[in-house]
Design a protein around this ligand. Structure first.
Ligand SMILES: *Cc1c(COP(=O)(O)O)cnc(C)c1O
Length: 450
C-alpha cells in the first residue's frame, strides 16, 4: 500500500474506548440539543466531537473513534490537515469576506483556474462557486435551461442531489428527503438507472442506457430536454456503480441532441474514487460538473465547472450568492487540493479499495448476508440482504452499524432500501487503523448474523 501521512498526525491514531458509546458528556449534550436544535436534523452517530485528525474522531468523553465516514466524504485530506488549517488561519487573519460580487479577490480566481484544469476535458471552461452541493446542482440546472432555452430535466432512479426545492425534485427517495415537503419543482423526469446487482439488464450498460434513452425520446422529446443530471457513482442511493457503457452511451446521446450532460460529482469528486473525478474512470467528459464535499478540506464550498459557452451564456448578475466562493473556503480548497496532489491521495484511494475489498470478500464467503460488494477507490459499499435472496435487510444493516459504533468505529449506511453499509474513510487514514476498522466492522457483521 502507498505510504500515508499519519506518522505526522497531531492526534494519536488509535481506537480508544473510555466510556460506553455514547458516554455521559455526549448524553448531556444530547439532552441540551433536544431542547435547542430542530428535531428534523438527524445525526447518525450519538457522540459529540472535540477533535479529529487523520483517521480518528475524538469525542467529549475522551473516546477515540476510527472514522470510516469522513463526514460524508468531506474530510478527504483529514479533518485538520495542517496545510488547510494554516491556509484558513492566514486568510482569516486578513479578511473573512468582502463578497466576490462586491470586491473580488484572487483566491476565487485561483480556485476557478484549478478546477478548470483538474476537471475532465481540455475544452475552454469556466467556473462559478457556491456554498453547498445542492446550490451547485440548482445553478447547473439554471445554466443548462438558460443556455438551451429548454425546460425539462432528467434525473435517475436512486439519485440524490440535495434538499432544496429543485434538488428535492431531482432526488429519488421520498423518506426522509421529500415526504411532506412538496410541491416540488416542475419539469423533472425520472429515468431508470443501471444497477447491476438489481437490474434485469445486469452488466449490460449499453442496453440500460438505451432503455433510458427510449423513455426520454417517447416521454419528453430530446428537443424539450435541457439537461440530464447523474452521479457517475450514486452516493446516498447506495454507491451504485452503473454497468460499463451506461454513462458513455448517455453522454453520446446527450451530445447528439444538444442536451447538457451534468455529472454530479459532489460525493465522488476529489480523489475519492481513485482519480480526480469519477468521470475520468469512465472516460466521459461532462458538459457541466458539480462539486462540493471533498473540495475544501471541510470548509463549505461548492462549484460548477463546465463549457465556457454554457456558463458564459448567463447574463451578469444571474449567478452568485453572498457567500459563494468565500475567501477562507477558497484558501482551504487550494490547500486541500495541494495535499491531494502531493500525497497522491487518488493512489491512496485505490490502495484502500484493494485492502478493504479483499477483507470484505473474505467476510462475504463466511456470512450469508452480504449480497454485493462494490464501489471504486475509497467509496466502498456492502449491500446487506436476507441470505439466499436479494431482499434488502435494513434492520440488520442498522444493527451492524450500531454494533461497529459501540466498538468505536464510525460507519455510515445508505441506499434506496437502507441496506447498504458505506465506507468513505479519510484518504489519509493509516493502514493499521483502516485494517482495525474493517476488522471491527467484520466482527459486527458476524455478531449480528449469529
Ligand atoms: C451531498 C450531495 C449533494 C448535496 O450536497 P449538500 O452540500 O449537502 O447540499 C448533492 N449531490 C450529491 C451527489 C451529494 O452526494
Amino acid at each position: 500500500m502507498t505510504s500515508t501521512v499519519t506518522s505526522a498526525s497531531r492526534v494519536p491514531q488509535r481506537r480508544i474506548l473510555r466510556t460506553a458509546i455514547p458516554g455521559p458528556r455526549s448524553e448531556e449534550l444530547a439532552a441540551r440539543r433536544r431542547a435547542a436544535v430542530a428535531a428534523g436534523v438527524g445525526s447518525s452517530v450519538p457522540v459529540y466531537a472535540v477533535d479529529a485528525d487523520g483517521g480518528v474522531i475524538v469525542d467529549v468523553d475522551g473516546n477515540s473513534l476510527i472514522d470510516l465516514g469522513a463526514g460524508i466524504a468531506v474530510t478527504t485530506v483529514g479533518a485538520s490537515d495542517p496545510g488547510v488549517a494554516a491556509a484558513v488561519a492566514e486568510q482569516a487573519a486578513h479578511f473573512t469576506h468582502t463578497c466576490f460580487m462586491v470586491t473580488p479577490y484572487e483566491g476565487y480566481v485561483a480556485v476557478a483556474e484549478k478546477l478548470n484544469e483538474l476537471t475532465p476535458g481540455d475544452h475552454e471552461k469556466r467556473t462559478v462557486l457556491f456554498n453547498s452541493g445542492a446550490e451547485a446542482v440548482e445553478n447547473a440546472i439554471k445554466v443548462a435551461r438558460l443556455a438551451t432555452g429548454r425546460e425539462a430535466v432528467v434525473a435517475f432512479d436512486n439519485a440524490y442531489h440535495g434538499r432544496t426545492n429543485l434538488t428535492m425534485a431531482l432526488t429519488a427517495k421520498t423518506m426522509p428527503y421529500k415526504t411532506g415537503f412538496g410541491p416540488f419543482a416542475p419539469e423533472v423526469y425520472r429515468m431508470p438507472m443501471s444497477y447491476p446487482y438489481r437490474d434485469p439488464l445486469g452488466d449490460d450498460g449499453v442496453a440500460a442506457a438505451r432503455r433510458a434513452i427510449a423513455q426520454m425520446e417517447t416521454q419528453i422529446g430530446a428537443d424539450q430536454l435541457a439537461a440530464m443530471i447523474i452521479e457517475p457513482i450514486q452516493g446516498e442511493g447506495g454507491f451504485i456503480v452503473p454497468a460499463p457503457g451506461f454513462l458513455p452511451t448517455l453522454v453520446d446521446w446527450a451530445r447528439e441532441h444538444g442536451v447538457v450532460f451534468i455529472a454530479d460529482e459532489v460525493q465522488t469528486g476529489f480523489a475519492r474514487t481513485g482519480s480526480w473525478f469519477a468521470c475520468d474512470d469512465e472516460g466521459i467528459v461532462p458538459d457541466l460538473i458539480t462539486m462540493a464535499k471533498g473540495i475544501a478540506g471541510g470548509m463549505p464550498l461548492a462549484a460548477v465547472t463546465g463549457r465556457a459557452e454554457l456558463l458564459d451564456a448567463v447574463h451578469a448578475g444571474g449567478l452568485g450568492g453572498t457567500y459563494g466562493g468565500n475567501p477562507v473556503a477558497c484558501a482551504a480548497a487550494l490547500a486541500a487540493i495541494e495535499t491531494m496532489a502531493r500525497a497522491d491521495l487518488a493512489g491512496r484511494a485505490r490502495a484502500i479499495n484493494a485492502a478493504a475489498t479483499a477483507k470484505l470478500r473474505a467476510l462475504a464467503d463466511e456470512v450469508g448476508v452480504i449480497g454485493d460488494i462494490r464501489g471504486r477507490g475509497a467509496m466502498i459499499a456492502v449491500e446487506i440482504v436476507t441470505p439466499g435472496t436479494t431482499d434488502p435487510d435494513p434492520a440488520l444493516t442498522k444493527a451492524i452499524a450500531s454494533a461497529a459504533l459501540a466498538e468505536g468505529v464510525v460507519v455510515l449506511t445508505c441506499g434506496t432500501y437502507g441496506n447498504v453499509i458505506r465506507l468513505l474513510p479519510p484518504l489519509v487514514i493509516g493502514d493499521d487503523l483502516l485494517d482495525e476498522g474493517i476488522g471491527v466492522l467484520a466482527d459486527a457483521v458476524r455478531a449480528a448474523t449469529r
